[in-house]
Design a protein around this ligand. Structure first.
Ligand code: ZN
Length: 160
């Protein structure tokens, strides 16, 4: 069976950035299972998997616009240190819920200064090209339950 809309697809994948840095991988664990055509996988990868069959292996390079988007300058803010009164120690990497031009978001602290804090609410992978090495493990028809829920049940998927 080919990968197409409403197929359940199980893949092993390795995701690296443009400098070869490892970002994510299913190696050593269960394959990832997803329901094709429901937006459960980033668009630029899902479209390249259509028509493939179990056993196929491919490399896919996905541009930011088809992955997590470009970096949005409106989501990078400099906030007065006084806005964090009551928090003793603020460190790079900490996350806060914050209002932004795009609504409330979770932002990560990227710089800490004596009188201000830099917050970035972009997705950590925004602006990055994503390089996937994918192996298709299995392709099967979705069950009626999976189709009505819009996601995969069982191994590698959601459990109810
Ligand atoms: Zn479900």
């Amino acid at each position: 069976m080919q990968v197409g809309n409403n197929a359940v697809v199980m893949i092993h994948y390795t995701l690296t950035g443009d400098n070869g840095e490892a970002i994510d991988s299913s190696a050593g664990g269960d394959p990832l299972a997803y329901l094709h055509g429901r937006g459960n996988l980033i668009r630029g990868l899902e479209s390249e998997l259509a028509g493939k069959v179990a056993g196929d292996a491919l490399k896919v390079r996905v541009a930011p616009k088809d992955a997590y988007g470009e970096v949005d300058a409106d989501l990078i803010q400099v906030v007065a240190r006084s806005a964090f009164s009551g928090i003793e120690s603020i460190e790079v990497g900490m996350r806060f819920q914050t209002p932004t031009a795009r609504g409330p978001r979770t932002a990560m602290v990227t710089e800490v200064h004596a009188d201000n804090i830099h917050l970035d609410a972009n997705h950590p992978l925004a602006g990055k090209h994503l390089n996937f090495a994918v192996e298709i493990v299995e392709v099967r028809a979705a069950t009626m339950d999976e189709l009505s829920h819009g996601h995969v049940h069982g191994p590698g998927g959601h459990h109810h």
